[in-house]
Design a protein around this ligand. Structure first.
Ligand code: GLA
Length: 386
């Protein structure tokens, strides 16, 4: 099936429903560093992609939402006044957001919607957060409600935690709602304060999709969270004021290593050192010290692979190939892991050649044709006018 282009979505909607829709979008993201730190109250440094999910919407007079997915050519219908259960598919992200919006006091209108995404699903670029944020933005807009981006991000996260059953942190939903053009965002996941970190035009962010996603991703994610909670329970007995791994320093994790079982220690060590790396990368980027930023990205990958155990052979291969390409300062896996994408920091003048070098070697070794693209950070969720 040829994918509908976003600019054709309004016409497609008109043909199906006989009236013009309003159009909204919300982006996916690439995380430069700060992996598996968000649910530990830590720091992250994501950038919103210029790839997004789009929602065409027109209100109805009743409280029924009717949704068509242009990517999947699938439909679902739900009555907001009837009890709802998760179906275990894409509709959960849409309905979950609608139900959470209602729970937090918004009275929604029924609507016809068509959703379409140019984000590859299951590739670790947060297609699910983009779907949640675009739907949430669209539903609030047609209900005439003012939009508070932070509230929307939290509602989308709750929908995923409670309705979909994935205990994700807030990073993906936050950046999808708050993206800033040309910048990554340093987000403190405890205070939810964010600061834009401009990406210097001397460098490019290159994203390489391994084209694999191992089944483990969801179940292992929730297990990692449990390991972190176990570490906090043990460390808080001897270190005062520890509410989350965010409160533990690199020196403390080393001096308290004997308190923790081996696996729990590895998990905690990743989180604690990764938090420190995020702040160091921000300082390096702000000082135009791309060598240091790249080395820290490499260290992040090693920690995710060896201590957090969320990498996989395809991601390890992709970062090895990326690092061998000219002008690459550093490369690491990005997102939850077990497949999905790697991110590299590359000298702008070498960015064009990067895909030509990395793509064929990855394909030769795996038989998989990777999708490789340069990311120019874009804005967060909002209305679209073509
Ligand atoms: C997924 C989750 C995020 C975050 C990352 C890992 O993308 O949705 O909340 O935990 O994994 O950094």
């Amino acid at each position: 099936m040829t994918l509908l282009a976003p600019e054709n979505l309004p016409d497609f909607f008109k043909r199906r429903h006989g009236r013009a829709p309003q159009l909204f979008r919300a982006p996916g993201r690439v995380n430069l560093i700060g992996e598996h730190t968000d649910y530990n109250d830590g720091f992250v440094l994501p950038a919103a992609l210029d790839l997004a999910t789009y929602v065409a919407i027109a209100p109805r007079e009743d409280r029924v939402i009717k949704v068509h997915s242009a990517n999947l050519n699938a439909d679902f219908v739900a009555d907001l006044d009837a009890p709802q259960r998760a179906a275990g598919d894409w509709s959960d992200y849409v309905l979950g957001v609608a139900l959470e919006l209602e729970k937090s006091g918004h009275r929604l209108r029924g609507a016809e919607m068509i959703v379409m995404s140019v984000l590859p699903m299951g590739s670790g670029l947060s297609a699910s957060a983009a779907l949640e944020a675009s739907v949430g933005y669209a539903l609030l807009s047609v209900a005439g409600a003012p939009i508070d981006r932070l509230e929307l991000a939290k509602i989308c996260q709750r929908a995923e935690n409670e309705f979909v059953g994935m205990r994700c942190g807030v990073m993906d939903q936050f950046i999808s709602c708050h993206g800033v053009e040309g910048c990554a965002l340093l987000l403190d996941c405890r205070s939810l304060e964010a600061r834009p970190v401009p990406i210097d035009p001397k460098v490019r962010i290159l994203v390489c999709n391994t084209m694999v996603r191992h089944q483990l991703a969801g179940s292992e994610y929730n297990l990692r969270r449990q390991d972190c909670e176990a570490a906090v329970a043990l460390l808080s007995q001897t270190i005062e004021g520890v509410r989350a791994l965010r409160d533990v320093s690199v020196a403390e994790i080393e001096s308290h290593a004997a308190l923790l079982p081996e696996t729990i220690l590895k998990r905690a060590r990743h989180v604690v050192t990764e938090n420190a790396r995020v702040l160091q990368v921000v300082a390096a980027l702000e000082a135009d010290d791309f060598e240091t930023a790249g080395e820290l990205m490499n260290a992040s990958h090693a920690s995710l692979r060896d201590d957090y155990n969320v990498s996989c052979p395809e991601l390890d291969l992709m970062v090895t190939l990326a690092r061998a390409a000219p002008g690459v300062f550093g490369a690491r896996m990005t997102g939850g892991g077990f497949g999905g994408c790697a991110v590299s920091l590359v000298e702008a003048s070498e960015a064009e050649r990067f895909a030509e070098i990395v793509g064929p070697s990855y394909e030769e070794k795996t038989g998989l044709k990777p999708m490789i693209f340069s990311c120019y950070p874009g804005p967060g969720a909002g209305p679209v006018v073509f």
